[in-house]
Design a protein around this ligand. Structure first.
Ligand SMILES: Nc1ncnc2c1ncn2[C@@H]1O[C@H](COP(=O)(O)OP(=O)(O)OP(=O)(O)O)[C@@H](O)[C@H]1O
Ligand SMILES: [Mg+2]
Length: 309
């Protein structure tokens, strides 16, 4: 079942078209990533899906509801971490969370248990009763994330959740996202961190100036850009020169090697069987042949280069 839907959505700000004809769907349990340069339309998408903005064309649906018409009902089941989250600086972390719990109708007997659990999860327990005005940037970010999860939303929108977090806190957020998707929730994740997207996202959309230029799993996108593979080939150490010679004669020049492994880069997927055959016919004993898909980072740059060409 699709929990998030954008159907041919267009959004204009005066003359500027922030999103044009954007369609996507996100299913239960999926972590969906939105990538794109600054100004590509990521935050605009989140704001449309949360009913903060109204589309000029097309429609949005979240959990089957229209965010513009059924916003109040929707917000009880969705959590949002905005790009620049505002937490009340005059209050403590615990007070911030308690107010939200009340606002979102978290049952009173549940409230303090849930608040404590989140404070612990986000490493804020020690400072829970200090005023937020004295928190570091990352601590405020962690508090905002805890707040977005307080009512155990079915759909979660995270706009650059790990921006400004230290590696330990970022790792904790990654684990949390994995856990949430394991529970069947849906996560809509805007990020500039391509390694993060590669690790977490089942599928990603790449936006460029308001248009989707690619959509699919990281591996599917790699195939779409015709991404060349890197092939790691392990042979008997004394056969490295022979293998290099065979590869060279086949026109494969980008080869790095150490004592027993050759790494051939720029290999088209459909040449892999031919390369294996060539080495075997040449009397080289193969211990391991491991093709590696290009990383999402390599794919991202290839996609943008292709758009500009
Ligand atoms: N309220 C607004 N008024 C006018 N223009 C806007 C408004 N909000 C967004 N825009 C424009 O829409 C485009 C998309 O902006 P958006 O904030 O969605 O980008 P983004 O992908 O989130 O970028 P970033 O990576 O910098 O967060 C930009 O050109 C931006 O200037
Ligand atoms: Mg943004």
């Amino acid at each position: 079942m699709n929990l998030i839907e954008m159907d041919r959505v267009t959004k204009r700000f005066d003359d500027l078209i922030a999103l044009r004809d954007v369609s996507l769907t996100v299913a239960e349990g999926e972590v969906f990533g939105v990538l794109g340069h600054n100004g590509a339309g990521k935050t605009t998408s989140v704001r449309l899906l949360n009913g903060v903005l109204k589309p000029d064309g097309g429609r949005c649906r979240v959990l089957g509801l229209d965010p513009n018409l059924q916003g109040a009902r929707l917000r009880r089941q969705t959590g949002v971490l905005t790009e620049t989250p505002a937490v009340d600086e005059r209050l403590t972390a615990r007070e911030n969370l308690a107010i939200y719990a009340d606002l979102y109708g978290v049952p009173v007997r549940e409230c303090s248990r849930r608040v404590d659990a989140l404070l612990l999860d986000f490493a804020l327990l020690e400072r829970a009763d200090d005023k937020v005005s004295g928190y570091s940037k990352g601590m405020k970010q962690r508090l905002a994330l805890a707040r977005a999860l307080l009512h155990q939303p079915k759909a979660l929108f995270l706009d650059e959740p790990t921006a400004g977090l230290d590696p330990v806190a970022a790792h904790a957020v990654h684990q949390l996202i994995e856990q949430l998707s394991g529970e069947g929730r849906v996560v809509f994740l805007c990020t500039h961190n391509l390694a993060e997207a590669q690790r977490l996202c089942d599928r990603v959309a790449v936006l460029e100036r308001g248009r989707i230029i690619a959509l699919g799993s990281p591996d599917e996108l790699a195939r779409q850009v015709g991404g060349a593979l890197r092939l790691d080939i392990e042979v008997r150490p004394e056969q490295v020169p022979a293998a290099l010679d065979l590869l060279g004669r086949a026109g494969l020049e980008h080869v790095e090697y150490d004592a027993e492994t050759l790494a051939v880069s720029g290999v088209a997927r459909d040449r892999v069987p031919e390369i294996v055959q060539l080495l075997v016919d040449g009397g080289v004993s193969l211990y391991r042949v491991a093709p590696r898909e290009p990383s999402l980072e390599e794919v991202y740059f290839a996609l943008h280069a292709r758009e500009e060409a």
